[in-house]
Design a protein around this ligand. Structure first.
Ligand code: GLU
Length: 318
């Protein structure tokens, strides 16, 4: 009886114990390099959410293995809300089905906080590449198996897998050239080292605008207002082919509910803040800022979706 009373009294004190959260800076682990889409979204959201919380949110880039290194660090952090990470479709949707030795379970080892932003993906080529349209590209790839490479932000990540899936659809073969993230992949494509890139839209957009890359097709049901001349895959005949990227804040498993909710509210408010939302939209991404329950459901749905794509296409990492 006495024990129960003490336990109850302690439980009643818990929310009060976190009431001061956050009373020091928070670290946001971004699992891809600076200049890539995860980093762009992470830094914009962290600046505003930090302002809302009254504490700085420091971005730490921990890159490698398609974002899974940074996510392993996030899963292993102390569940106190002072270390969170920016999960992506690669770290939580695709990689778990392709990396046999992955150190985390995308559902059990994390506390979903808020999915901040979604983004289409775009297939682009180096300006000197012979294909001017998606139809040209398909014909070129079919006629030249394994001749060209495509740059992507990590083996087994969404940009690698999105391309593998498309190549399956058209019966083509290309070499996958993987980098630590979009930023280094783009450097090599713009430099003509690897002529093709399948990338999340925000990182490719500046190169497309300056004509250092030529876009052939964008994913999604609608064209993107930032580049309205670029046709979707769907309108060019690939109706069932859709690949969406997203970036959402997660903490380690067992984050206290009050801390989780405080972070979720701050991040959601941040991406909906008109000035921050406008900056996100300028990159071609779509601000979201959903609840922990909604994001948790999305992670499960995305993981199932990619599992079935991977099984159907029989994708294996070399
Ligand atoms: N393509 C990666 C993803 O969506 C992000 C790459 C990057 O931020 O450099 O998971």
């Amino acid at each position: 009886m006495r024990k129960t009373c003490i336990a109850l009294a302690l439980a009643a004190m818990l929310p009060a114990a976190h009431a001061a959260f956050p009373d020091r800076p928070i670290t946001l682990i971004v699992p891809f390099p600076a200049g890539g889409p995860t980093d762009i979204v992470g830094r914009l959201a962290a600046a505003k959410a930090g302002e809302i919380l009254g504490q700085q949110i420091v971005v730490e880039n921990r890159t490698g293995a398609s974002g899974t290194i940074g996510m392993t660090a996030t899963a292993r952090a102390k569940p106190d809300g002072y270390t969170v990470g920016l999960a992506t479709v690669s770290t939580h949707g695709t990689a778990p089905h392709l990396f046999p030795n992955l150190a985390y379970d995308p559902v059990k080892d994390f506390t979903p906080i808020s999915n901040l932003v979604t983004s289409p993906n775009i297939l682009s080529v180096y300006p000197q590449f012979p294909a001017k349209t998606l139809a040209d590209f398909v014909a070129h790839v079919r006629a030249n198996p394994n001749k060209d490479g495509y740059a992507n932000a990590g083996a087994g990540g969404v940009n690698d897998l999105g391309m593998i899936w498309f190549l399956q659809l058209i019966g083509g073969k290309m070499n996958s050239i993987s980098y630590r993230g979009s930023a280094p992949a783009l450097t090599d494509t713009v430099g003509g080292v690897v002529p093709v890139i399948f990338d999340n839209f925000p990182s490719s957009l500046p190169y497309l605008k300056s004509n250092h890359l030529r876009a052939l097709a964008i994913t999604g049901t609608q064209r993107n207002p930032r580049l309205p001349d670029v046709p979707t895959f769907a309108e060019q005949g690939y109706k069932d082919y859709d690949v969406t990227a997203w970036y959402g804040v997660v903490g380690p498993a067992d984050l206290p509910a009050d801390v989780r909710d405080k972070l979720a509210q701050a991040f959601a408010q941040a991406v909906r803040d008109p000035a921050t939302a406008a900056k996100m939209e300028e990159t071609g991404a779509f601000p979201l800022g959903n609840t922990p329950a909604e994001f948790g459901q999305q992670i499960r749905t995305e993981s199932e979706r990619w599992k079935s794509v991977i099984e159907k296409a029989q994708v294996k990492l070399q």
